[in-house]
Structures are given as structure tokens and as C-alpha cells.
Design a protein around this ligand. Structure first.
Ligand code: LLP
Length: 422
């Protein structure tokens, strides 16, 4: 079973340790915390649910902090890269090239050549890219190379994280079945199939149906070009997590059981498997704490101004109906606050009115100097950081049992000047 999100009491304990160890001195007003023990536990659950030997390539884009990637690699993970830069991050984290999976719909000729020279897995997004790979390969022995197929199963409840609609920009639409079979015939180096259906908001049935549709190509391909040709099947990621208290999470076990039932040929042992989970590994392992800088009255609303906003949570600001994070308050010493609740609106520091994290939340009375805790920010937050107003990236701390360590220093004003300079 996935472990639930960090409890506020545990966040309080970790925050108090961070305060005692001086991490909030010298201009630090906010920090992100990543529970590395929890990340490892999730990874172990992946390993136990899937057949031994499955390559679990965790999506770098979900959380690109190198020390977090390193913790995963040390636990036995591979890494999935959505850009050549992410391939480099994976290497920097100590991941062997043979355990890196490079997916991107925009690979350049140079990136393809470099990826082939490194020996990373390559998932080809379209037929033109396939031609580029064929000409880059020459006579060299290829690493595993797959074709990404869009199963065209439709979207989930969140359009922007659904990638298997009929005209999605990712992969080759499965309706071009004949051309897909011809491509396998023309290119003997193609040895894998790749599918990724979507992310948050995908129903279990849609995820499984997407994988099943692409897996059904295996038989057609092998009938055409010979048995054993498909050596690897990459089923992507996409397991949603429970952000709201009343969200019902899809347990990994339910997903794996549904895959087994619907696609008996998937787990038979003669097919190498790859997964690319991101959100399910990281989202609920991360939380943020920001000092409250000001509390002010605006019309009928009490506003608490904090140091994290739409820069960290861009989706929440622009699509407040679709995205949600539990928010709580701790006092200036990091202890839970008691007392009657009153409505407060939590706003970020950026220069637009949409920079709101929660409206009219019922929380114990917030004072300047208190900490606002934002839960479940471990995936697709820092990696989607917005440079609006040029505020520096926050400090990232990791903890594992009793040890607390810096995973990434905060960006200082000098660092930001460097970033924006020639
Ligand atoms: N593999 C591929 C090819 C992907 O495109 C993705 C996510 C994953 C794996 C990992 O999926 P996960 O297990 O994390 O759901 N910007 C979005 C997130 C987009 C995720 C897209 N692809 C957000 O606002 O949260």
C-alpha cells in the first residue's frame, strides 16, 4: 500500500529540526522538504509489484533535483529523460546509460547521435525521427530502440495531462497501424514498443486500455517480422495520486492486477518491461514550508502573504478548479497551532492577482512569522518553476529517518543575476 502523505506532526518535527540546525537563517524564508525514506519505500513497492528485472525508469521531469535522482539510482532505479538535458542530469546522478530511457518529441540529429553513442534506450516519437535514427546508426550495435505509439484512448479529467487523445502531439497514432508494421519490417533495429497514456486525472480503465492497445501490436508485428522481435515493452507512467482528502487513490497493486487480467501476455517473462512512473513516486513525498511575511485585510478577506506561489505551483494558479494542495499552518517555532479557525486566503509573492494558493481556508489564526505548510509538492513543482519576478529557487532539504541534509542550496540574488546575464 502507498504510504499516505506526510502528517502535519511529522512535518512539524522535521521543520523544528531544520530551524534548530539553522537552515532558515540568512535570508531563507521557504524550503522544500523531500522524504527520501518514503521515496525509497515507493520504489521498493514498484519493485515488488512488477516482475523481477523490470527497469523502473523514474521520470526525471517529475523531480529533477540531482540528489533526489541519486537516491533513487542508489535504490536501484533507472531514469526516464524527457530532454537531452535530462539525460545529462541522469548521468550526473550516477545512472548507468543502459538504465536511462530517452523520450522526447523533439530530439535533434545531434541529440540522437549523442544518445546512441552513450547507449541509452531511445523511444522514437515519429517516422521522421525513425529515419534520423536509422541514418545515425550506421553499422553500430544499437541500444534498445522503441517506437512510441499513441493508443488514442482519449483523455482523462485533466486535459493538459492527457496525452493519448486522437490528435495528441506524442507518438505515432495507433490508427496508422499498417505504417507501424511496415516500420518494424524496414528497421530491424526496432525492438521495443512504448506507450504513455497520461498523468493525473487518468481513470484506471483508460490507463490499462491504452497499454493493452499498444501491446496488441506486438502480435501483429511478430506475425509480420518474426517471433521474439519485440524484446522490450515500455508502459510509461501515469498513476494518479490523491491530492484531496477525499480523492480515492489508485493503488499500484490495483493497476498491476488490472494489467495482468487484461493483458495476460505482458507478465509472461519473455518480454523485458520498462516503467516510467514519476508522480506516484514523488508527489506525496514532498512538502514545502514558507514563513508568513505579512497578514493583511483586503475587503472582506484576510490575506496571508507567503514566499511560494505560482512560481512553485503554476498549475494551481492557472487551473484552480483542477489542482489542489492541502495547506496547514505551524507557528513560528514550527509547532502546530491550536485555537479557533478563521478563513484566510493564502497568496504568493508574484505580481499578478492569480497568485493565490487557497481561498478562504479555515485555519487557526495565522500571524506573521508563522509557517504555512503546503503538502504533496514532490512532483511537477520545482521542475516547472516559473521565473516570473525573478525570485530565487528555494532551498531543498531531504530527510531520511533522523538525518536532514541539503539537497539543493537556495538561489541567492547573485545566482539570479548570473542566471539572467549573458
Ligand atoms: N513517461 C512519459 C513519456 C511522460 O510523458 C510522463 C509524464 C511520464 C512518463 C511520467 O508520468 P507520471 O507517472 O508522472 O504521471 N506537467 C504536468 C505533468 C505532465 C506529465 C507528463 N508526462 C503537470 O502539470 O503535473
Amino acid at each position: 500500500r502507498w504510504i499516505e502523505r506526510t502528517r502535519l506532526d511529522d512535518a512539524s518535527t522535521v521543520l523544528r529540526r531544520a530551524l534548530a540546525e539553522g537552515f532558515f537563517r540568512e535570508g531563507t524564508s521557504a524550503a522544500l522538504f523531500h522524504d527520501l525514506g518514503r521515496v525509497r519505500a515507493r520504489f521498493v513497492e514498484l519493485e515488488t509489484r512488477f516482475p523481477a528485472g523490470t527497469l523502473h525508469a523514474v521520470a526525471v521531469k517529475a523531480n529533477p533535483v540531482v540528489e533526489i535522482l541519486r537516491a533513487l539510482v542508489n535504490a536501484g532505479a533507472g531514469l526516464e529523460a524527457a530532454s537531452f538535458e535530462e539525460v545529462r542530469l541522469a548521468i550526473a546522478a550516477g545512472c548507468p546509460a543502459s538504465r536511462i530511457v530517452f523520450d522526447s518529441p523533439a530530439k535533434t540529429r545531434d541529440e540522437i547521435a549523442s544518445a546512441l553513442a552513450l547507449g541509452v534506450h531511445l523511444n522514437v516519437d515519429n517516422f521522421d525521427e525513425l529515419d534520423r535514427v536509422a541514418s545515425a546508426l550506421g553499422n553500430t550495435r544499437p541500444p534498445p530502440i522503441g517506437l512510441r505509439v499513441n493508443p488514442q484512448v482519449g483523455g482523462g479529467s485533466i486535459a493538459l495531462t492527457s496525452v493519448a487523445t486522437r490528435s495528441s502531439k506524442f507518438g505515432i497514432p495507433i490508427e496508422r497501424r499498417d505504417e507501424i508494421l511496415a516500420a518494424f519490417e524496414a528497421h530491424p533495429f526496432l525492438s521495443a514498443l512504448h506507450v504513455h497514456v497520461g498523468s493525473q486525472g487518468m481513470p484506471l480503465e483508460t490507463l490499462v486500455e491504452g497499454v493493452a492497445r499498444v501491446h496488441s501490436l506486438r502480435e501483429d508485428i511478430e506475425r509480420r517480422v518474426g517471433a521474439g522481435r519485440i524484446q522490450t515493452f515500455d508502459l510509461g507512467g501515469g498513476l494518479p495520486v490523491a491530492y484531496r482528502p477525499d480523492d480515492v487513490p489508485i493503488p499500484l497493486s490495483a493497476y498491476v492486477d488490472a494489467l495482468k487480467t487484461k493483458i495476460p501476455g505482458l507478465f509472461t517473462g519473455d518480454l523485458g518491461l520498462v516503467t516510467e512512473f514519476g508522480r506516484a513516486i514523488h508527489a506525496t513525498a514532498g512538502w514545502a514550508a514558507s514563513r508568513v511575511e505579512y497578514v493583511k485585510q483586503a475587503g472582506d478577506e484576510r490575506l496571508a502573504v507567503i514566499h511560494l506561489g505560482a512560481d512553485l505551483l503554476v498549475r494551481r494558479a492557472y487551473r484552480p478548479d483542477e489542482w489542489y494542495h492541502e495547506i496547514a499552518v505551524l507557528d513560528a517555532d514550527g509547532r502546530p497551532k491550536a485555537g479557533p479557525t478563521e478563513p484566510v486566503t493564502i497568496v504568493g509573492p508574484l505580481c499578478f492577482s492569480g497568485d493565490v494558493l487557497a481561498k478562504g481556508l479555515a485555519l487557526p489564526c495565522i500571524d506573521p512569522g508563522d509557517f504555512v505548510v503546503i503538502h504533496d509538492i514532490g512532483a511537477y513543482t520545482l521542475g516547472m518553476w516559473s521565473r516570473h519576478c525573478s525570485r530565487g529557487l528555494p532551498l531543498v532539504l531531504g530527510y531520511d529517518g533522523d538525518t536532514l541534509s541539503v539537497l539543493k542550496n537556495r538561489e541567492t540574488p547573485d545566482d539570479v543575476v548570473t542566471f539572467w546575464s549573458r
